[in-house]
Write a protein that binds this ligand. Sequence first.
Ligand code: F3S
Length: 387
Amino acid sequence: MYQGDYGPAVEKSMEILVALGDIYQAEKMVEISSAQISGVSYKTIGDAGLEFLEEMAQTARVRVPSTLNPAGVDLDHWEELGFSREFTERQLRIVSAYQKMGITTTCTCTPYLASNLPTLGSHLAWSESSAVCYVNSVIGARSNREGGPGALSAAICGRTPLYGYHLESNRKASLVVEVETNLRGADYGALGYLVGKVVGGGVPYFQVPGKPGPNDLKSLGAALASSGAVALYHVQDVTPEYHLAMRGLEVGDVDLMTVEESDVKDAREKLSSSTRKPDLVCLGCPHASLDEVSKIASFLNGKTLKNDLWICTSILVKAAADRMGYTEIIEKAGGRIVTDTCMVVAPIEELEYQVIGVNSAKAANYVPSMCGLEVVYDDLENLLYFK
Ligand code: F3S
């Protein structure tokens, strides 16, 4: 591959992987079972990214199952949502270049809920930080936080350099977090936000009361990955590798942090940049599971919303929500299920909204900087207003 025997796209990709391996002193490459590729929204990659991808698509084909991160618009309903034709045309060219390379265009940051589900111990090259955090921590697969080009190169070559979180030795805890308060809803994102700031790129080990479920872990990981650079965390008695996280460590190898009720409350307040009522509420960061959509539908049943509501998810979850009747209930209330995109990578700043309500600490962290809009962070029950 490196010598160009498989064509220029593979050669270029292998050069990138070898350079990465040299930087991180990897001893060899490891075969991957899947890739997840970011760098999809035209808002984030622009014309330079579009041109690069169209050139690659002329010859490059992926060797492993690969899926895409969210794009900048709902690919089917962009016009109804108010996105411009000019932006969408470029966005569709990006998605079609990826599709030409053999990548599945499900455009979601929760591919593990939509056909790209790894197994325990499998090696991956994934690039969406919240998804990397989920598959490393909750599933026990192994991926570094790849950049878009690194993940694409790995998908094309079917390999990635063996370093970082691919190695058992780098999966040990660096910070024990004792949580001394019960957590629910948006508390998990707030906890992730405050621990991420302390642990940076380390590996937190949580001792929490109760048993957080998959949706709670999804929120926690996304927040850890956005306020810090976390790619892996452990939760005692919950995640699959927690019992290995402390093995072989000595006193002094791990720091200790205690989180009380007032810390969580504080973090929740810090995540809001406004006290105004949100004119648009965006749920589904990371993209909503069917279970989350079902709970939102039962909360909205028979009510009429005052603010606009987007529930961001993948087309697979939306198809199931349609069949279950959740979409109808949500639309009757005045909300909508939006697929392929999200409140951060879509150009929502071009729409008429000013204050965005979110129940995701990751979204609260990024909406002000990426979209220039104000944000309110709370549980969905407190963000939505009814007629
Ligand atoms: Fe996904 Fe967008 Fe949040 S990509 S994790 S919904 S910022």
